[in-house]
Design a protein around this ligand. Sequence first.
Ligand code: IPM
Ligand code: MG
Length: 356
Amino acid sequence: MKIAVLPGDGIGPEIVAEAVKVLKALGPTFDLEEAPVGGAAYDLSGHPLPPATLELAKSADAILFGAVGDWKYDTLARELRPEQAILGLRKHLALFANFRPAICYPELTAASSLKPEIVGGLDILIVRELNGDIYFGQPRGIRTSEHALFKGAREGFDTMHYSEPEVIRIGKVAFEAARKRSKKVCSVDKANVLETSQLWRDVMTKLAADYPDVELSHMYVDNAAMQLVKAPKAFDVVVTGNLFGDILSDEAAMLTGSIGMLPSASLDKNNKGLYEPSHGSAPDIAGKGIANPLATILSAAMMLRYSLGMTGEANRIEKAVQTVLQQGLRTADIYTEGTQRVSTVQMGDAVVAALA
Ligand code: IPM
Ligand code: MG
């Protein structure tokens, strides 16, 4: 099994090192091949997604990704910024289905900014479309306005679109996922304003006929943002487009106490995938040894389950994570009084010890 290991920027290298440590401790030998990505790759070779890194990602059975981005690259031309690495990988590898679970661990309920009764036992899954929408729509750019009132002024523009087959393929993923859970899908759009969303809603409604055992509901994205903090447990699977999914998945993640706990998977149609923590590169805490490696370790577990068919090993990692939480070990982001504060490396070591 060949795994491409792409640590990236900020806390990326620190948290990926802990996930690699856990993978190595499992027993089976993986062929782990590392390559630079994001700002780190730009510094080395002048491009955030060098051809050799893309080739490695294409040839691997799965990709373990850290995070990319740092303020120091904000002034670069857009195509050279670290974010283009992750967007490029998603697009080049046709990773269109993004799974972002938001689970509130019982031990961490107190770390949430919401009341325990609102978030306790929360377990929802956001299925975000990852290859389309305004993220990749053409045309886009900055031009001179033709608008009656603002004629001659500079204006930025982007294009939102979704074709029927794109909505169908992500819809199927969401319905299939719901079948393995509580059999409820909430499709989130802005059909009261956007044509793209009107088509999205029509296609989802039609598709639902193929899944009579799954209950489909629709919700406008602004209301969904509100319901997520009001009564998040009313959701099960949420399916939505690239932009709305970006926003709602950060919101959902924070319900659980810390975004530092949440893994994610981005899959193609054959379940080949890229696995990364839901959080970003956090350059403000990079190199301090305080980042939470659990989201990346749990992403490695998702990788074993979805792309490598190693369910037993995936379960072992997830159980080990539960064990360290029960032992009261906490990185700074999930620390509450009465628990034991540990470093990134100590947390990784504890997970390895708990595997045994
Ligand atoms: C995410 C991130 C990315 C996105 C950025 C880094 C391009 O926010 O994975 O949610 O917007 O998709
Ligand atoms: Mg995001």
